[in-house]
Design a protein around this ligand. Structure first.
Ligand code: ADP
Ligand code: MG
Length: 669
């Protein structure tokens, strides 16, 4: 067996399973080996405790009542019973599609159950936990793999077992040996073995540290290289006009913070001689007025006869910027153009006609901007908005085209400075730490699920007053009886049932971009009053008439993410409300949600998250896919800093051959 062999060389993997694995991104044995466990299960017995919700654990429980069979929508049957631990704390246990359990589990029986505790409406659940009658070895550690669509974690485990030993010795270790030695980390084969089959907790911790370090190190080396590349390049310095020639066009006065940041940016780009290309990160909370800062940078370019590209992550945001900036630049003689995925070929050609002339322009668009090399003529500045996925890939791709641009990346996620310096190593950082005047603070409430009825009434009142609302639901992927979209779908059904005369719509990430844009456009136009969605609306959409944000299962989100979501409302002149709905009884969760009610400052919330949940909280990984490397106890700030230091030292001393594998776009994952 070789790492590059297809998975079909394994016993038990036929055509059908090969295809299923392939769909999940596992084509080769090497892919399989790099499919890391989501968590590990030990035989240590824990009491039932809401603080442990979501974590795999073992529970010794007595069946407290005779099991029954319940019917669920879709013809599903669940074998169901209540069980309790020593202290009398109760949990509902459900097994789907296993009617034969009748007779095997009876009132008074004692089992050791393995599973992750769930909480719904304030009650604890175990879904299809594994169970045994003999007391497990408290020191044993068994890997738990996330089930893939159409495959159980157990099947994966079996195949990994078969591939592991034959393949490991043939896997090359990408971490330079001297770095590995200096950092006292195990080699890759050893670490992978310990991840899948840990001999002890200490070995497992060391392996996780090594693999997490790997990711951070690779990211840091690439960031350092990227920033080094631009060091020797120089571009002609620009000449700054009077600030008033820009601000006189605005319908408001700049805040002190905006004025300061515009000054920093203009300073970077201006000079009598040549200057290094600007590489700046602009951080500012939602609504702090980042767009006008970008406009000022584009204005400077225009005055100097140069063009600007502004990239937004979605079509709707690109259109929003295009509309807003068109108004701002009206009559200046600096034209604005729009390019997105839905720009037709003919329109594109007309666009090239204009962009290849020497006259400066501002071109707003989506990723489509980067697929067109024809567009880089005379461009001096690129602005990337809402880049809060921490990939700096787009900026990188532009530079691959050989252009030397000033680069301004704008992030709406307030990132604590220590973390920002790692993620954007080499960038200078500007912060908009002052809100435009007159903003009405968003009232935030935290309520239990039993208050749903009142929330619907509140929504009805708001809609009757002519306002609009968002209802956001997390993706819930880890329960056997629900599909990831179930919670959003159920929520939408509930909204339709309670508010039958109100037009509402469902929006989720699995929809086609065109479909999403259309739903958003109708909401923006006020045709749809209530938008039920997964977190796809997180990114900068501006609908000033939306004044209420309801977040269901709020315990599933990090504070920064909740703050981000909350920032979707409170954009107009009407007082806005954010309602966090959660019945989680965990004390830490309650503290987190209460913090959001009392605090409107994104940086303060981000620091709270960093202290309590670690840097991993900023990647939203629990929402997007998760392996055992993103836990707060592994992904610590010291590890980030250690990897960053090691990477910078490595880049300084490494030969070009050693650096070659890193000369690619960089992003964390
Ligand atoms: P974000 O930082 O979230 O991108 P925007 O640039 O969209 O924020 O600005 C939010 C709103 O605040 C916009 O309606 C904008 O016109 C307004 N705004 C920006 N700067 C000021 C200011 N100095 N005074 C008043 N309103 C402002
Ligand atoms: Mg914005």
């Amino acid at each position: 067996m070789k790492p590059n062999d297809g998975v079909e060389v394994l016993k038990g993997v036929g055509d059908a399973r090969r295809d299923t694995l392939k769909k999940a991104g596992i084509a080769t044995l090497s892919d399989l080996i790099f499919t890391l466990p989501r968590s590990w299960r030990s035989g240590t017995v824990f009491p039932l405790d809401p603080e442990r919700v979501g974590i795999e654990a073992c529970y010794e429980l007595t069946v407290a009542a005779e099991p029954t069979v319940s019917f669920y929508p879709g013809g599903r049957r669940a074998f169901k019973f209540t069980a309790q631990d020593d202290a009398g704390t109760r949990v509902t246990v459900l097994y789907f599609h296993q009617p034969y359990l009748k007779g095997q589990i009876r009132k008074g029986d004692v089992f050791f159950f393995f599973g992750a505790l769930r909480e719904k409406k304030g009650k604890l659940y175990l879904f299809s936990p594994e169970r045994q009658t003999e007391r497990p070895d408290p020191d044993a550690l068994l890997p738990v793999y996330a089930p893939l669509p159409g495959l159980s974690g157990k099947a994966l485990s079996k195949w990994i077992d078969a591939a592991l030993l034959p393949c490991l010795p043939q896997i090359a270790d990408p971490l330079p040996e001297r770095v590995r030695a200096a950092e006292d980390l195990p080699n890759l084969a050893h670490a992978l073995y310990s991840m899948h089959r840990p001999e002890s907790l200490a070995a497992l911790e060391k392996a996780r540290e090594r693999l997490a370090f790997d990711r951070l190190f690779r990211f840091s080396v690439q960031a350092a290289l990227f920033n080094r590349q631009t060091v020797d390049i120089k571009v002609p310095g620009m000449t700054a006009p009077k600030l008033a020639s820009f601000t006189s066009r605005l319908p408001y006065r700049l805040t002190g913070a905006q004025e300061k940041v515009i000054g920093e940016i203009w300073d970077d780009m201006c000079g009598k001689e040549e200057v290094p290309p600007m590489n700046r990160l602009l951080q500012g909370d939602v609504g702090s007025g980042k767009t006008v800062v970008a406009a000022a940078a584009a204005f400077l370019c225009g005055v100097n006869g140069k063009s600007t590209l502004i990239m937004a992550p979605t079509e709707i945001l690109a259109r929003q910027h295009y509309a807003g900036l068109s108004r701002l630049f009206e009559g200046t003689g600096l034209p604005l153009y729009l390019l997105t995925g839905s720009t037709t070929k003919k329109e594109r050609e007309a666009l090239y006609e204009k962009t290849t002339r020497k006259e400066p322009y501002i071109l707003v668009g989506t990723h489509a901007l980067f697929e067109d090399s024809a567009l880089c003529e005379n461009v001096a500045l690129t602005v990337i908005d809402e880049q809060h996925r921490f990939g700096v890939r787009q900026r990188d791709r532009l530079n691959e085209k050989g252009g030397a641009f000033h680069s301004l990346v704008m992030s709406a996620t307030p990132i604590p400075r220590t973390l920002a310096m790692f993620l954007y190593a080499g960038s200078r950082i500007s912060v908009l730490d002052e809100m435009p005047p007159g903003r009405i603070p968003i009232q935030t409430f935290y309520v239990g699920e039993d208050k749903k009825e009142r929330i619907y009434n509140f929504l009805r009142e708001k809609v009757e007053a002519g306002e609009q609302a968002y209802v956001v639901c997390p993706l819930i992927e880890d329960e056997e009886d629900t599909s990831p979209l179930q919670s959003a779908k159920e929520e939408w059904e509930a909204v339709q049932k309670h508010l039958p005369h109100v037009s509402s719509a469902l929006l989720h990430g699995k929809m086609k971009p065109a479909e999403k844009d259309e739903i958003m456009a109708r909401f923006k136009a006020g045709e749809t009053k209530i938008l039920v969605s997964t977190t796809v609306i997180e990114v900068g959409v501006d609908v000033p008439n939306a004044t209420t944000m309801v977040i269901v299962n709020a315990e599933r989100f990090g504070l920064s993410q909740l703050h981000q979501l909350r920032g979707r409302v409170g954009r107009g002149k009407i007082a806005s409300t954010c309602i966090l709905v959660s019945s989680a009884s965990s004390k830490t969760v309650r503290e987190r949600l209460q913090k959001l009610c009392s605090c409107q400052d994104g940086f303060e919330l981000a620091n709270f998250d960093l202290e309590h949940r670690g840097p991993g909280a900023f990647f939203g990984t629990r929402q997007t896919g998760f392996d055992g490397l993103w836990d707060p106890e592994i992904l610590t700030m010291p590890l980030f800093q250690r990897a960053g230091r090691a990477a910078r030292a490595f880049v300084e001393s490494a030969s070009p051959e050693e650096l070659a594998p890193y000369e690619k776009s960089y992003h964390l994952n």
